[in-house]
Design a protein around this ligand. Structure first.
Ligand code: AMP
Ligand code: GLY
Length: 422
């Protein structure tokens, strides 16, 4: 089949790589793709949803997969479904699980899914009152999509009140902050759990752990994620069972009962507090860089997983994973996450080592192709070096061996990805 992949990041590149290995897949189109996805398929310069649907009809594309949240929240799935096209992702209504933190928190409360104690409000007075009842640190969140930056972890009551005031006045996040969530701080370890859902049934992928801070030892500013690994030994069968019973099943049943069955990736941001999984947030797409480690662990054909999910047929799928580990190290440009950096040529040394060739690869993200045909680092997070192995240690060593073969001016990466598991 021909497949259309919506998005431009390392996440979409890694799904493209999994589709490329899949015998059932002929041509992969990327809209818009990046400077490296043209090696996996064909990049399209189309963004209008109806024009994309026209292209899908004209080119016999049987499956469209949506990578990022923005087109989902903007209703690409609704447009495609209205035209009878198969697309993997939630409708705009269901995407509110990510698009609105207030919708998500209220949904979790309605369906008794464990989450941090909170209020949602547009009143500064109410926010102050609730803040006074909490112990520090206190978490203040803007309602809408803010590219992962709408969360303040305040170290004092005054700081929390100031953050609430700035969000509600529209000064910090514009319209995304005209309502806010204030919640208690959860102290534990964080996991990224992904369930591929078809509206009723689901497949849980190996649990991953992201590294959100820029610097080693989880110091420095928050980023989109500097590296990840999977599966993490920080999850046991008991936690998986609790996630099934208390989180995923009530969520899918609840979404169906509320008239918006959930199809797509349910990305569950989990904080494990004293052995109990508590939900921090939902996203409605794969995490980036988590996707880059999960795709190489998928043993079943990627097209089967996504097609069966998109067509409500997961109960007839037998999805298998390799009994291996993957570690991904993000290489970012010099001024990430503060500002953009001038383009820098990427040079990858020839790799002669068979073991590395077979067990490590690059997922390209913020790159563009110059008129000279060369690849340039143009984005904040430029690429992810992924190593696969029989242990986390082996996967980590391979990922870092590959990092050593990649060069561009100003490159930066963490040197401790997966440290919590080692
Ligand atoms: P979010 O945008 O909701 O994913 O939040 C971004 C990050 O802030 C999360 O990945 C957590 O590391 C942190 N965070 C959010 N809410 C809480 C909370 N209630 N307690 C502790 N950390 C939190
Ligand atoms: N890596 C976390 C995210 O994609 O939101």
């Amino acid at each position: 089949m021909n497949v259309l992949m919506i998005g431009a990041g390392g996440r979409e590149y890694s799904i493209g790589l999994a589709l490329k290995k899949d015998e059932n897949v002929e041509t992969i189109y990327f809209a818009p793709g990046n400077g490296a996805t043209d090696e996996l398929g064909e990049n399209l310069n189309i963004s209008d949803f109806n024009e994309l649907a026209d292209f899908v009809e004209a080119n016999n594309i049987e499956l469209t997969i949506v990578g990022p949240e923005a087109p989902l929240v903007d209703g690409i799935v609704d447009v495609f479904e209205k035209r009878g096209l198969t697309i993997f992702g939630p409708t705009a209504q269901a995407a509110q699980l990510e698009g609105s933190k207030i919708f998500m928190k209220n949904f979790l409360a309605r369906h008794n899914v464990p989450t941090a104690k909170y209020i949602e409000t547009d009143s500064l007075e109410d926010a102050y009152k609730f803040i006074n009842t909490l112990e520090v640190p206190i978490v203040v969140k803007a309602d809408g999509l803010c590219g992962g930056k709408g969360v303040i972890i305040a170290q004092s009551h005054d700081e929390a009140k100031k953050a609430a005031g700035e969000m509600l006045s529209g000064n910090s996040f514009g319209d995304a902050g005209t309502s806010i969530v204030v919640e208690e701080f959860l102290d534990g370890y964080e996991l990224s759990v992904f369930a591929i859902c078809d509206g009723k049934d689901y497949v849980v992928l190996p649990a991953a752990q992201d590294h959100k801070r820029l610097l080693n030892n989880d110091e420095g500013p928050n980023t989109g994620g500097m590296g990840a690994y999977a599966p993490t030994p920080l999850v046991n069968d008991e936690i998986y069972r609790k996630l099934d019973e208390r989180v995923i099943e009530p969520t899918l049943k609840g979404m169906e009962a509320e008239g918006m069955p959930f199809t797509g990736v349910l990305f569950i941001g989990v904080m494990v507090v004293k052995g109990e999984p508590i939900i921090l947030e939902y996203n409605v797409r794969f995490g980036d860089p988590e996707c880059e480690e999960l795709m190489p662990l998928l043993k079943s054909p990627a097209s089967e997983l996504f097609y069966k999910a998109a067509t409500g047929d997961l109960k007839n799928a037998k999805i298998e994973f390799h009994d291996k580990y993957a570690v991904g190290v993000v290489m970012a440009s010099k001024d990430y996450p503060y500002k953009s950096t001038a383009p820098a040529e990427i040079i990858v040394d020839d790799i002669y080592h068979e073991e590395l060739k077979e067990n490590a690869h690059i997922s390209y993200a913020g790159v563009s192709r110059g008129d000279d045909g060369k690849l340039y680092a143009t984005g904040g997070r430029v690429l992810v070096c992924v190593g696969v192995g029989d242990s986390i240690k082996e996967a980590q060593e391979r990922a870092y061996m590959l990092v050593g073969q990649v060069h561009f001016a100003g490159k930066q990466c963490r040197t401790d990805i997966a440290y919590q598991a080692l």
